[in-house]
Design a protein around this ligand. Sequence first.
Ligand code: PDD
Length: 281
Amino acid sequence: MIVYLNGKYLPREQAWISPEDRGFLFADGVYEVIHSYRGKLFHVDEHMRRLKNSLAGLKISYSNIPEIREAALRLIQENGLKEDATVYIQITRGTNFPRKHAFPPANTAVTVYVMAYPITPRDPERETGIPVITTPDLRWARCDIKSVALLPNVLAQQQAIDAGVTDAIFVRDSVALEGSASNFFAVIDNVVLTHPKTNVILPGITLDVVLELCRKNNIPHLEKPIYLNQLWTAQELFLSSTTMEVMPIVQVDGRSISGGKPGKVTRKLQTLFKEYVASLP
Ligand code: PDD
């Protein structure tokens, strides 16, 4: 496997970063995850726009987006990734010594890392749907930044696995916000609902695709908060992300949702999503 690190294409075993990298010391960095279908990057412009917003949000001076795009494409080719694959991009505020919280000198080089690897589509789970739990949202107030500081997300997903389910939904002020690494949707009164794109969720690229599919296919949809107490009577619940696409939820905190089966609207959106991906040049 070939990866990209600070201007070089290297075998993965030869890619090393300093223990003084601020990504390691402070989680002082941002990332992106892009799906590659048949060797083509899905909605790469949108991912690059979000990457720029994340960098700006953390005041990391880096604007060489063409470098990232080129590395992503070249890694797909070099690694022969002709089917489903994931491109992971991480940029940190670089390396400096001695350790100090405040920013390093302005001329400090950022660390740029890109890797691409095959993924197994989660088709079996997309057929059956997944069980989830709810968990208090312990994250900071800028969840719209795709920062590598993911400890609450890590703990939430592990809590789910320890509870014998697949994932966890963050709840803050009685509102079900998003999954540990995905956006969250409910179908209530035949309307597809998802949280407005504010500072308390990540503005998902897949979320936007789902909303656009609703728009084009006359499926009623609204961006508004989904309250925890609405989950028990919701017709359907589902998650969206780069790696999950449209993932039905069939159980929350041990209670069955939509009769324990993926709902009709969720199914329709899964089909529309697949058709959309297949239609891309
Ligand atoms: N996660 N919300 C959170 C907290 C996320 O981490 C993600 C993505 C999403 C969905 O965004 P998108 O549709 O752009 O993938 C929502 C990625 C896949 C990850 O951390 O691996």
